[in-house]
Design a protein around this ligand. Structure first.
Ligand code: NAP
Length: 257
């Protein structure tokens, strides 16, 4: 438990499923009031989170979400930009059309820029706030056949997060990036099922081929809660000297120091 989180207001985008849902649950268990967003509401939201329906690929969504949060709570302490997905159709560079690139960049990069732009003024006024952007190990280790446009958008997210951290650090705002490796979520399930179908293998064989391809020294996927643990730590006062960092939570998959 992080006592410093008690009473804080957080926004978690993509908080209905997978990693985002675990982050919402972890923050909530630490006394945070959590607002979640997604395109559609989850049926098993036992915590009854304040839910805002929004497609983050639409340019007007961030402003609408920020308005609702600030009108209701009067402040925002923690923003977790988690919503994202690998929309790359796979098959390598020649198969990617402009619209494939734009789709990945819109969801994985521009949606974060817009959300931060909408909520940063309130944080600057409060002189405190924490932004955590969920990236991916694939930003540093792109798989050309499967993730080219996604990895590129997330790599831009890493650079943008660092730059923003440099700009707002002296104003009381911390910005960090958390980069998961392979995590057991609905998104990863779909991804593995697609590969299994394309390659004519079983789900288990495809799963193992991903772990082997990425090279995970711990030898298994992460559970979403293992990513949420890092987010809660960074959001708490225990992480108060950490900003501009990109922290891998990947079972050792990143091949470099
Ligand atoms: N799973 C992994 O192995 C892994 C690895 C590295 C990084 N990541 C990153 O971790 C984050 C979460 O991934 P996940 O695996 O937890 O995904 P997930 O299980 O598919 O959940 C994604 C969440 O984002 C929402 N979402 C998706 N598209 C959206 C859109 N256009 N507008 C608004 N909300 C949208 C989804 O709800 P709706 O569908 O209802 O909108 C859902 O709440 C992503 O940024 C992903 O890139 C995941």
């Amino acid at each position: 438990m992080y006592d410093s989180l008690n009473g804080k207001i957080a926004l978690v985008t993509g908080g209905t499923k997978g990693i985002g849902r675990s982050i919402a649950d972890k923050l909530s268990a630490n006394g945070v009031t959590v607002v979640i967003t997604a395109r559609s509401k989850s049926e098993d939201d036992y915590n009854n989170y304040h839910f805002i329906a929004a497609d983050l690929t639409r340019a007007d969504s961030a402003g609408r979400i920020a308005k609702e949060v600030l009108e209701k709570y009067g402040k925002i302490d923690i923003v977790v930009n988690n919503a994202g997905a690998n929309l790359s159709p796979g098959g390598g560079f020649n198969t990617l059309e402009d619209e494939d690139w734009f789709k990945d960049w819109e969801l994985n990069f521009m949606s974060v820029v817009r959300m931060n732009k909408a909520l940063l003024p309130a944080m600057l006024e409060q002189k405190e706030g924490i932004i955590i952007n969920i990236s991916t190990g694939a930003a540093k280790q792109p798989i050309w056949e499967m993730t080219m446009s996604y990895s590129s958008a997330k790599a831009a997210l890493n650079a943008y997060s660092k730059a923003l951290a440099n700009e707002v650090g002296s104003k009381g705002i911390r910005v960090n990036t958390v980069s998961p490796g392979v995590v057991r979520t609905p998104l990863m399930n779909d991804f593995i099922e697609n590969i299994a179908q394309q390659s004519g293998t079983t789900f288990e064989e495809s799963f193992q081929s991903i772990v082997d391809k990425v090279g995970v020294p711990i030898g298994r996927m992460a559970e979403p809660e293992e990513i949420a643990n890092m987010v809660a730590f960074l959001a708490s006062s225990e992480g108060q000297y950490i900003t501009g960092a990109n922290i891998s939570v990947d079972g050792g998959a990143s091949p470099t120091v």
